[in-house]
Write a protein that binds this ligand. Structure first.
Ligand SMILES: O=C[C@H](O)COP(=O)(O)O
Length: 279
């Protein structure tokens, strides 16, 4: 293909993506872009980051999940700077209080301004977090009115064996069964083999798994499934965010490594905004 033909194909693809995003944003809720800083960042770097990041709450909901010790100062800085960004935690305990050394309760997270909390991230599942613990946490967080972001996803071996659908269905059922009201639930599909590897699932692959997840939620809780945001996570970066945003069932992203630098995170936020002129 010569250069002019390649340019034409690129322009057509860009146009299709733009139209898909525009029609999707009319039909669905605002996209959600979540930063999971994991065990990274210092207070100084975090404050510098907040000084530079911009988010328009009309376009998307942006959430930052710092490590526990940074929650309070980050909350103060967010209020002062009016960044339009919201605060989330990376984990929580299911009890209100008690003899649980090293743990933090839902009430404590709310006191420092958290509205969101990650639950069942694969890095915690690998460290021994059980399905039962995840279910207790989801229940406790929902009762508080906060938004639990429940992480599911298959590992590399399961992916190779074609078990992705089976694994995510099992994880969704374990986390969401017997819950009276799931309207605040957010799901994040994170294939373990894509986390921190630079090898993201293709948007097409992710869309297929998101459809499976939506169907599983529907089987458990009925039509509310259509309103539950399903995020993709695993090597999301500035270059692939826009194609992910184009898919109907990809309602946002959960970003690890690329959320540590303002430039890349800002570019991901722009990719999920309705207006694509600045993307
Ligand atoms: O929570 C975020 C995910 O684990 C993705 O991490 P990553 O973007 O560094 O692959």
């Amino acid at each position: 293909m010569n250069t002019s033909a390649r340019r034409q194909v690129k322009a057509i693809v860009e146009q299709i993506i733009k139209e898909q995003i525009q029609s999707r944003s009319l039909q669905r809720q605002k996209p959600l872009v979540v930063a999971n800083w994991k065990m990274n960042m210092s207070l100084e770097k975090a404050l510098h980051f907040l000084n530079s990041v911009q988010s328009d709450p009309q376009d998307s909901t942006v959430v930052i999940c710092p490590p526990y010790p940074l929650l309070y100062p980050v909350n103060i800085a967010m209020k002062k700077l009016q960044t339009g960004v919201q605060l989330g935690a990376q984990n929580v305990h299911w009890e209100d209080h008690g003899a649980h050394t090293g743990e933090v309760s839902v009430g404590m997270l709310q006191e420092v301004g958290c509205n969101f909390v990650l639950i069942g991230h694969s890095e915690r599942r690998m460290a021994g977090e059980s399905e039962e613990a995840i279910q207790h946490k989801v229940k406790q967080v929902l009762q508080s009115g906060m938004y639990p972001i429940v992480c599911v996803g298959e590992n590399s071996e399961e992916f190779k064996q074609g078990l992705t659908s089976q694994i995510v269905k099992q994880q969704i059922e374990a986390a969401l069964k017997n819950l009276p009201n799931i309207s605040n639930i957010i799901i994040a599909y994170e294939p373990v083999w894509a986390i921190g590897t630079g090898q993201s699932a293709t948007p097409y692959q992710a869309e297929g798994v998101h459809q499976t997840i939506r169907q599983s939620i529907h089987d458990l809780h009925g039509s509310i499934a259509h309103r539950i945001p399903i995020l993709y996570g695993g090597s999301v970066h500035a270059e692939n965010a826009r194609s992910l945003a184009a898919y109907e069932n990809i309602d946002g992203v959960l970003v690890g490594g690329a959320s540590l630098e303002v430039k890349s995170f800002q570019s991901i936020i722009r990719s999920f905004n309705k207006e694509l002129g600045s993307a």
